[in-house]
Structure formats: structure tokens, C-alpha cells
Ligand binder design. Sequence first.
Ligand code: ZN
Length: 240
Amino acid sequence: MPTLPQLDPLHGNGHESNGNSHEQNGNSHEQNGNSHEQNGNSHEQNGNAPNGPAPTLASATQQQLYAELLTRLGEDPTRDGLLDTPRRMQKSLGYLTRGYTQTVEEVLHDALFDVDYDEMVIVKDIEFYSMCEHHMLPFFGRAHVAYVPHGKVVGLSKMPRIVDVFARRLQVQERLTQQIAEAIEKAVRPQGVGVVLEAQHLCMMMRGVEKQDSTTVTSAMRGVFKTQLQTRNEFLSLVR
Ligand code: ZN
């Protein structure tokens, strides 16, 4: 059975604490995907130490780690259908967590406009896909975002992008909701912000309680959405 030899838990811990710098290097990892793939295959075919020292937990490439994970799950990463899976996993997980390399400032850059408008702006039914941080399984649904401007509005097309900056990370739905509200509050300085998320969690649907039809609803209300019942009710009635 192919395994990663000389796994050193101390190295492993050091690697984990470097998580942030690893994320920042995400792009260069992807560019090196092909050479990783070649290393991964030769590792799998030859078992231990094909060219030079055997990889440790800290030195193994992301794709070698996925090949090892497949083995631990009881699979044979050298069979035809799985040969390219570690490379696909790296690409796919990089995409699903790309929010770590994005900021709201970048997304918005010059999409703020001065306006003389102080009625509620609502963007409903923003589709989002995220992953729960407890099981790394998807949760997905719709976000409804509203604010009452205070001299400035943000381009409407930017709302889904703000949602994505935070959705494309490992999340819990409650924090995701708060982070979207906070980001809009900080960027637009409105009179208030309301965010409602409705989502289905695969970690509840595929495992655990196996509740297929339950929807989790979370909300974050700031400013006038918190202090004025009428504003909050207007928002909630418009997104129902
Ligand atoms: Zn979960």
C-alpha cells in the first residue's frame, strides 16, 4: 500500500500554522500543477522515494496529499479513473476557496457612486455556494441583501461578488451572514444593512440527521434595519 513515509507530526503542525502564506501562494501552486502531477504519479508508481528523499507531511505536494487521502479512504489512486483526481481536487478546492485571495476593496474598487436617494436598495436571490468548515461539505442557497443609502450606492452587480468573497471560504452560515453585512456597512457607510441567507447544508442532508428538506435561515440587521421595525419588516416582506 503506498504511503507517505517519515510523516513527522512536528513538521505537520508547522505546516498548518503556515496556512495563510500557503493561501497567498495559491496561484503559483496552480501554475506548477503539471510538475506536481508528474511528481505525484511517479510517487504513486514507485512507492517510496522515487527521486531523492521521501516526502514528509510538510514537504509533500498538495496533490501527493490528496493521493494519500484517497489511499486512506480505501481507494487505489493508481487506477485509471483516479489518476488525474489529485490534480482535479487541487484545482477544484482552489476555486472553491478562492475567497481567501480576494478582498472587498479589490472587488469594489471604483463602483461606489454618490446619489441623492435614501430609499431601500434590495438585491434578492443571489445564488451562493460555500463549504461548511466543520465537514468541508457544501452549503448553498440564496442571499438577500439590502441597505438604505446615506449619500452613496454601490453598483448592483457588485453585490454577488461581495457575497462570493466570503462564501468562497470555509464558513459557518452565521458568520458568512455577518461578514457580508459588515463588508457593506464598511464600504458604503449606509443608514443600515440587512442580510438574509437561506441555505441547505449537505452535511445535514447526506450524513448526520439526514434531513433532506430543512432550510437554515440566518439574518444580520445593522443600523436602521435593527432600530426601525418598519424598515426591517419592509425588507423581510420583500424577500419572502
Ligand atoms: Zn457541516
